[in-house]
Design a binder for this molecule. Structure first.
Ligand code: AHG
Ligand code: MN
Ligand code: MN
Length: 299
């Protein structure tokens, strides 16, 4: 079906597009544009916002998506996903605008992902808990297999690309040492799992308990993941399952995006583990400030 390999093109992020990135993006846009429900769309793969074509009626909602998450896994047949986020428009009529898109995550009315793993699953929230459906290919329907998913407050796993260790701030390094079991005050060492697909890594942590991080590093000073297509929808799901999500300083859902493709550091998953990372980052930063004679930023 010619779905493997590179599309010989780069997207707005400067990343090489895979054929499946392009196919997924076109499929989602085609499925939404004529519905009369959507006034504007935004995609990781499109530089500009995506207007609804003139021949179709614009609707009440804004849909933002990462059509194919985990692209580096396509050609090796590991799990990939699709992430989506839905907002109510803020303008009252006509075609949607950037103002409709640039809303903080707390305003989301729905968010979810599809994971193409050993089974295909749809996991979503509309702000009333998180529910998971598994595709039964014999009847072509998604069946409710995971009602009311609740993430354990402390997880078994941590998921982070540790090849970036030397490029992280000391606070992040210290937190990860805690997961190794190296901090006396944090004795729960964790097991490590990292696929490199946010959807798959997040899904494991959501079900089994754990924490996923993509912190800022010297190469990616604002982190790598995108606030609107990746961080905000996953944060909505995490919180609805009893977990938490922060950029290290601020709750992800309260961040007001300034641009369509804005990036953010992400620390997400089991509540107590996320708090541990945020506290460790703050503690290490405060002691560094005190060491150079500047006041504690909390005082
Ligand atoms: P995408 O395939 O949509 O560009 O997203 C890839 C993201 C995310 O899924 C994953 O967590 C992260 O990039 C992996 O990045 P590294 O290879 O730098 O670990
Ligand atoms: Mn992605
Ligand atoms: Mn993608």
């Amino acid at each position: 079906m010619d779905i493997l390999g590179s599309a010989q093109n780069r997207n707005v992020q400067g990343e090489e597009q895979q054929k499946l990135d392009v196919l997924a993006n076109e499929t989602i846009k085609e499925s939404l544009k004529f519905t009369g429900r959507v006034c504007v769309m935004g995609s990781e793969e499109d530089e500009e916002m995506i207007p609804i074509p003139a021949q179709y009626r614009p609707g009440k909602y804004v849909v933002l998506f990462d059509p194919l998450d985990g692209s580096s896994n396509i050609d090796v047949n590991a799990a990939v996903g699709t992430i989506f986020s839905v907002y109510r428009r803020v303008s009252d009529h006509g075609r949607g605008s950037l103002a409709d898109i640039l809303q903080p995550g707390v305003q989301q009315v729905a968010a979810g992902y599809v994971m193409y793993g050993s089974s295909t699953m749809l996991v979503y929230t509309t702000g009333q808990g998180v529910h998971g459906f598994t595709l039964d290919p014999t009847i072509g329907e998604f069946l409710l297999s995971h009602p009311n998913i609740v993430t354990p407050a402390v997880g078994k796993y941590y998921s982070v690309n540790e090849s970036n260790f030397a490029r992280w701030d000391k606070g992040v390094q210290t937190a990860v040492r805690g997961f190794h079991g190296d901090l006396p005050e944090y004795i729960q060492g964790k097991n490590s799992r990292y696929i490199g697909s946010l959807v798959a890594d997040f899904h494991r942590d959501l079900i089994a308990g754990g924490i996923f991080m993509y912190p800022a590093d010297k190469k990616n000073p604002n982190g790598k993941l995108r606030l609107l297509y990746e961080c905000a929808p996953m944060a909505f799901i995490a919180e609805q399952a009893g977990g938490a999500a922060t950029d290290g300083e601020q709750r992800i859902l309260e961040r007001v995006p300034a641009s369509l493709h804005e990036r953010s550091p992400l620390v997400i998953g089991s509540r107590d583990d996320v708090r541990f990372v945020a506290d460790t980052i703050a503690r290490v930063r405060d002691s560094a400030l005190q060491a150079v004679g500047r006041p504690d930023r909390r005082s």
